[in-house]
Design a protein. Structure first.
Length: 81
């Protein structure tokens, strides 16, 4: 099922609404946002998804993370906590 997320990419000036599948991994979600913002911010390796103030494991799916329609996520450089 498609889930719209309100997403912010580190170093971008805009928040974007992206559509992801509820089965997408956090790695795929980060790549999706980077692709959508690539005109303003160059894609980078090792980006992580932060949801509700916590980093989500890269292999966890959107559904497993409990994300719902228009929840906010932040995609940030590979932090450890």
């Amino acid at each position: 099922m498609l889930v719209p997320l309100y997403a912010f990419l580190q170093e971008d000036t805009l928040g974007l609404v992206i559509l992801v599948q509820d089965t997408d991994s956090m790695t795929a979600v980060a790549a999706n946002l980077q692709q959508a913002a690539c005109m303003r911010v160059a894609p980078r390796q090792g980006m992580r998804v932060r949801y509700n103030g916590k980093l989500v494991p890269p292999e966890r799916s959107v559904a497993e993370a409990g994300m719902g329609a228009l929840d906010r996520i932040d995609v940030v450089a590979g932090e450890t906590s």
